[in-house]
Write a protein of this length. Sequence first.
Length: 506
Amino acid sequence: MTSTLQPAHATEEGTRPGRWLALSVLVLAVLLVAVDATVLGLATPYISEDLKPSGTQLLWIGDVYSFVIAGLLVSMGSLGDRIGRKRLLLIGATAFGLVSVLNAYATTPELMILARALLGVAGATLMPATLALIRNLFHDPRERSLAIGIWGATASAGTAVGPVVGGFLLEHFWWGSVFLINLPVMVVLVLVGIKLLPESRNPAPGPWDLRSVVLSLVGMVGIVYGIKEAASHGFSWPALGAAALGAAALHAFVRRQLTLPTPLLDMRLFRDRGFSGAVLADLLTILGLSGLVFFLSQYLQLVQGRGPLEAGLAELPAAIGAVVAGLLAGAAARRYSVRAVVTGGLAAIGLALAALTVVDQSTGYPLLGTALLVVGVGAGLSFTVTSDVILASVPKEQAGAAAAVSETAYELGAALGIALLGSIVTGVYRNFPAPTGTPAEAHESLGGAMETAAGLPAPTAEALLNAAREAFTEGIALAAGAGAVVLLAAAGAAWVLLREQKLAGH
C-alpha cells in the first residue's frame, strides 16, 4: 500500500528530500485562507461606501465566504483523497488567485457576493489538502508533530495577522488591494508546489457521492446561517427554519454515510473516543479564540478609539502566543500527555476569558494584551495537538477526509464563537438607555450608534456614545464570562475523553 501512496522516487520513511521546503508551500496556502477570513472586516466600511450594498447584502459579503468553506470542506477533503491531494491543491490555488482578482474589481454588491462565494469554494480545496499532504510528507511521528505545529501556528497567526495587513493596505491603497495580495503568493505556491509536492490519494477510493456533497453543504450552511442570523437579529422564524433544515440535512448525511460502501466521510471514525474528543476540543478552542478576537477588534476601535492598524497590532499577542505554543505543543504532549496539554490549553483560554469579565471602557492594554497572549498560547497548544491526534487516528488513505473534519470543526467553532458570544453582546447592547429621539439603528450596533451621533448636537451625541460604549463593554464582559464557563467545561470533558490518548511515536 505504501507504494500506492508514495511516488517511486521517495526515499526511506521520514527522509523525503525537500519536505521542509514543501511544507513552506503548504503553509503559504493556509496563511492566505486564514488572512482572507479576517482581512475583510476592516475593508467593509470602504466597500460599503463604494458599492453601496444594503444591510443584508453587506452581511452576505461578510459571511458567504465562511458559509461556503464550512459547507464544502468535508466534500473537498474526500475529493482530494480520490483525485489526488496535490492536484486538488494546485487547482484550488490557481482558482483562489484568479477569483481574488474578481473580488478586487467587483463593481456591484451582487458581483461581490458571488466573488466571495467562489473564493470560499477555492478556499475549501486548500485547507484539507494541506493537512493531508503533511501526513504524506512526514512519516516520522515527531517530525510530523512539528510540521502540524507549524501548520496550526500559521493558521492561528493568519487570523491575527489579517487585521494588521488589512490595516496597512487600507491606509495606503484602495480596498481591492486586500484581495490582490493573494496573487503573487498563489503564483509562488503553484510553481513551487508542482515541483516539490508529492502526489497522494486513496488507492481504492470508490465513487464521489454527489447526494452526500449536497446534504453536507445544505447541512453546514443551514446550521451556520441559522446561528449567525440568531446572533445578529435574535431568534426569528428564518433563523430557526435554516437551522432546522441544516440539522435535517446533516442527519440525512450521517445516515447515508453509514449505508454507503465507500462513504464521503466514514462516520465510524467518531467511535474512537480520542478522535471525537479531539474534534470537540478543536471546535471549542476556536470558539473561544475567534469570539474574543472578533469583539476585541470592535472594542479597541469603537470604544477605545484606536485606528485599524493600531487595533490589528494590539491583537498580535494572540498570534505570537499561538505560534510559539504550536511549535512546542508536540514535544509537550510527548513529555507530559495529550490530555494534559489539550486540557491545559482549554483551561488557559477559559481563565483568560474569565479575566476579561472585569473589562470597562478605560481598561489598560496590559490586561488586554496579557489575556490575548494567554488565549493564543492555549489555542496553539490545544489546536496543534488535537489536529495531530485526528490525523494519526485514521489510515493514510482517509487523511483528507479526517483533515476536513478538523477544518470543519475550526470553521464551525469560528461561526459559533462569533454567533453565541455575539448574541450575548448584542442582547445587552440593544437595551442601552439612549437619549430620547435616538433613531432605532443606534441600537442595532455600536457602529450604527457612532454614525447616528455624527448627525446630532454635541451634548446629545456625547450622551449617546457614552451609553452605547458602556453597554457594548458590559456585553463583552458578560460574553467573556459565558465563554469562560464553556471553555472550562470543555477542559473537563477533554480530560475525560482524551485519557490514555498518545501521539504516534510516543
